[in-house]
Ligand binder design. Structure first.
Ligand SMILES: [Mg+2]
Ligand SMILES: [Zn+2]
Length: 213
């Protein structure tokens, strides 16, 4: 072991032992959001930016979450790319359109958009419910997943919440209603709340915050 590696790891150990309580207290909170069927209307493998349509109240709700101090991070499976049905450039254009609509209707600003471009048969490490993308976002934005939420319309979104150590809220838009009807029995990763829409999901989260404070 060289002197340099020794001193670097010693410095790291020192930082860790000196800092933890403060660093933990200063961590950010986030709402990890599914895209299709949650923020924008579900369209089977959307590939036309002109067809991006926000759910009613979505922009307003996201602005409210932002004001309450939550980072807003999209975590989305876009297997249409891996299946060869849509190219990555189009997916970027769809995201830009969604951001423009959000900003125009309420001024809400997304902090980041993460997506998995792989097909299910690629067995990649980033496809929901695997928590890799959430973990990356937590590192990048200094987020505490345990004090954060995942909102989505699928079982995979709530499984993701469980895998990441966050709290899952199911919305009944998109595939939500069918998913809730076929929810696996005896699972300990049920959503903490089932909301009619993103708007009611966020109203519930923000309202709960006020009670806890
Ligand atoms: Mg969805
Ligand atoms: Zn992936």
């Amino acid at each position: 072991m060289s002197a340099l590696t020794f001193s670097r790891s010693y410095a790291q150990a020192l930082r860790r032992s000196a800092a933890p309580p403060l660093r933990r207290a200063l961590k950010n909170r986030a709402i990890f959001l599914d895209r299709d069927g949650t923020i924008i209307h579900e369209a089977h493998y959307l590939r036309d930016p002109r067809k991006v349509k926000l759910y009613r109240g979505a922009a307003k709700a996201l602005k409210q979450a932002e004001r309450s101090g939550f980072k807003l991070i999209i975590v989305s499976n876009q297997s249409g790319i891996g299946r060869g049905w849509v190219c990555e450039k189009t997916v970027d254009r769809i995201h830009n359109k969604m951001k423009r609509l959000l900003s125009a209707s309420s001024g809400a600003r997304l902090d980041a958009v993460y997506f998995c471009p792989h097909a299910p048969w690629d067995h990649c490490p980033c496809r929901k419910p695997k928590p890799l993308l959430v973990r990356q976002a937590c590192r990048r934005f200094n987020i505490d997943p345990r004090r954060s939420f995942v909102i989505g319309d699928k079982i995979a979104d709530i499984k993701l919440a469980k895998a990441a150590g966050s709290t899952g809220v199911l919305v009944l838009t998109g595939h939500g209603r069918e998913e809730w009807a076929r929810w696996p029995k005896n699972k300990n990763w049920k959503p903490i709340y089932v909301a009619g829409s993103l708007f009611t999901a966020i109203r519930w989260i923000v309202g709960r915050e006020k009670l806890v404070k």
